[in-house]
Design a protein around this ligand. Structure first.
Ligand code: C2E
Ligand code: MG
Ligand code: MG
Length: 615
């Protein structure tokens, strides 16, 4: 891979800086040595010229005649004063024209030299100069040796000086590169790298007539775990899951984290045998589903997988990815924890999803929504004490669309907020209308989705709807789920308190399916727990479910909450729940969700006959 221009520039800059630093470090000592010695020599030469100049001046003053005629005496004087041969110093006496009169050495000194002169006086008249000269050649020689040593030192240190920052630079570049192509949390390749790996796998398959399988994976219950047990647990779960997926496939395969709880695996160089692929996928599924312990929790996540294969299901990375996603979506629809091969009709499912999404946009305006109500029965007496409002969508093209299919879509797009407001208003208005008709008052339960609950103006909306419809707040119950509360417990409690202060009742829907910490349950200002249908379904045959149902009832009563069982379909279930002191029940055994009119006629105007107690 060629390095970008800016890198080369930076490398050059670092090399230059390292060279300069090494040179300065290596040569500064010899330079300092030279400077100090030069100063020293200069001072010495000056001192010599001053001392000897003064001595000669005093000799002249004592014997002025000598100055003119006794040159040999002058010669003797300079020779006496210049014993310092080893320093290559020459003393000279010059006349006023600087012509030598006497000199301690005949030959000229080697270059470079330093010189200092002192004026000689006869009385006050200048008669000549005393000059001291010194050659610095020896000093220079000595310093050259030093400098050579310094250069050697510079050479020795320039490499580490250069390579250290270069290595740091390279490492940080590698880190950046890694970050751009990998997911920070799991260390797996990310979406950006997927395209590249998938294309390579496709090119290889094209050339050698092989296959590439793309597996799209989505964890099934991750959101609940993340919301209720916290992001640290969620993160660790993703890390361990990523590791397990990597272990379940070959090293040549690529496991990619697409974001959130979505993963994609590129199975490189596949034979076409379906059993081989099925085997691999089963292995991944088993690995993921094996319980893992995180902190004090033991968790089990399952996953839904969709598979698309090159070349049948797509010839380019984009199509393969889209089709594997569609297959995964189908796996989700089929109850999760399974895998689906892509088929052409899945695309039409995907199209349907898109058209549902678009349809939702107009559904409110076109008045395509309606509400049905399901009675909630007091276990002791069989009396209808409440109704749960459930939304229905009459789609102009697809007919009746069940809430499970469009509520998640509405939640994703945020449309649940206006839709939820419509449900709340319609249900409150209906309940008020029943009361105005003189029917016995009942509670109406309205389901609240997480997105609605998070809306800042949510409590204000509830207050406004109550004021507008004139319904007494005690006849409104809002059903919220455990996972919704666990997303942000403190804030949820705050909102619940506000609603409670308004006089609105609260219940926890689908209790037992989330991961709410039982200890925080006592802080929730709720009036009722609704045991999820999944625990009611196998009553009274499944021992486990019996224990769970009994435990929830006991727990609820301990916390002074009423317990409602959902999805009661059989007489045996009713008897079991009744015997175990479940307070209220709701389910097909009593009634399917029906129109307001049917509720009015069958349950409010003519309440159910009291239920006989099971013996
Ligand atoms: P949920 O709140 O738990 O509602 C109970 C669901 O169980 C309803 O399904 C109801 O028809 C169904 N059910 C009742 N009795 C039985 C029974 O004996 N056996 C079986 N198998 N099912 C029974 P539905 O109406 O399809 O609603 C499904 C979910 O959609 C609801 O679950 C709720 O979470 C959501 N939902 C429905 N209406 C609304 C709404 O207006 N707003 C929001 N946010 N969610 C809604
Ligand atoms: Mg409900
Ligand atoms: Mg429920």
């Amino acid at each position: 891979m060629s390095r970008p221009h800016s890198d080369k520039k930076l490398t050059r800059l670092i090399s230059k800086a390292a060279g300069t630093v090494a040179l300065v470090a290596g040569l500064s000592l010899p330079a300092l040595h030279l400077l100090i010695n030069y100063q020293h020599e200069l001072a010495e030469v000056e001192t010599l010229s001053r001392i000897h100049g003064s001595l000669v001046t005093s000799a002249i003053n004592k014997n002025p005649v000598m100055w003119r005629f006794e040159e040999h005496k002058l010669q003797g004087m300079v020779e006496d004063r210049a014993p310092d041969r080893q320093h290559a110093t020459v003393h000279r006496i010059l006349d006023t024209d600087r012509q030598p009169l006497a000199s301690s050495a005949g030959e000229a000194l080697a270059w470079p030299r330093i010189t200092s002169e002192m004026v000689l006086y006869d009385a006050t008249r200048p008669v000549g100069y005393y000059r001291v000269e010194r050659s610095l050649r020896d000093l220079l020689h000595e310093n050259l040796l030093f400098a050579a040593g310094g250069l050697l030192l510079a050479l020795l240190i320039v490499f580490p000086l250069r390579s250290l920052p270069l290595r740091a630079l390279r490492q940080s570049q590698e880190r950046l590169e890694h970050m751009a192509h990998h997911d920070v949390l799991t260390g797996l390749p990310n979406r950006a790298l997927l395209e590249d790996r998938l294309n390579q796998a496709i090119f290889y398959a094209q050339r050698y007539e092989r296959f590439v399988s793309l597996v799209f994976i989505d964890l099934d219950n991750f959101k609940t775990i993340n919301d209720s047990l916290g992001h640290d647990v969620g993160d660790e779960l993703l890390r361990q899951t990523a590791q397990r997926m990597t272990q379940a496939v070959r090293r040549t395969d690529t496991v990619v984290r697409m974001g959130g709880d979505e993963f994609v695996i590129v199975l490189f160089d596949q034979p076409e045998k379906a059993e081989t692929i099925t085997g691999t996928i089963e292995r991944i599924r088993e690995q993921v589903a094996t319980p893992m312990s995180i902190g004090r929790h033991t968790l089990r996540v399952t996953c839904s997988m969709g598979l698309a294969t090159y070349p049948h299901d797509g010839r380019d990375s984009h199509t393969l990815l889209k089709n594997a996603d569609a297959a995964m979506y189908r796996a989700k629809e089929l109850g999760r924890n399974n895998f689906q091969f892509y088929t052409a009709e899945m695309n039409s499912k995907l199209k349907e999803r898109v058209s549902l999404q678009q349809g939702l946009l107009r559904a409110l305006e076109n008045e395509e929504f309606g509400l049905v109500y399901q009675p909630q029965i007091l276990a002791r007496t069989g009396q209808t004490v409440g109704v749960e409002a459930l939304i229905r969508w009459q789609h102009p093209e697809f007919g009746l669309v069940p809430p499970a299919r469009f509520i998640p879509l509405a939640e994703e797009t945020g449309l649940i907020v206006p839709i939820g407001e419509w449900v709340l208003r319609t249900a409150c208005r209906q309940n008020k209308a029943w009361q105005q008709q003189g029917l016995p008052p009942v509670k109406v339960s309205v389901n609240v989705s997480p997105r609605q609950f998070k809306e800042k103006s949510w409590t204000a909306t509830v207050a406004q709807v109550l004021a507008e419809t004139g319904l007494d707040p005690k006849y409104l119950e809002l059903e919220i789920t455990e996972s919704l509360i666990m997303e942000d417990v403190e804030r949820a409690i705050e909102i619940m308190n506000t609603l409670q202060e308004m006089g609105v009742q609260l219940s926890i829907d689908d209790f037992g399916t989330g991961y709410s910490s039982l200890s925080s349950l006592k802080h929730f200002p709720v009036a009722r727990l609704k045991i999820d249908q999944s625990f009611v379904r196998s009553l009274p045959d499944s021992e486990d479910d019996c224990s769970i149902a009994m435990a929830v009832i006991a727990l609820g009563h301990r916390l002074k909450l009423k317990v409602v069982a959902e999805g009661v379909e059989t007489e045996q279930q009713r008897v079991f729940l009744h015997d175990n002191e479940c307070d209220e029940m709701q389910g097909y055994h009593f009634s399917r969700p029906v129109s307001a009119q049917e509720i009015e006629q069958q349950f409010l105007a003519a309440p159910l006959a009291p239920l006989s107690d099971a013996a």
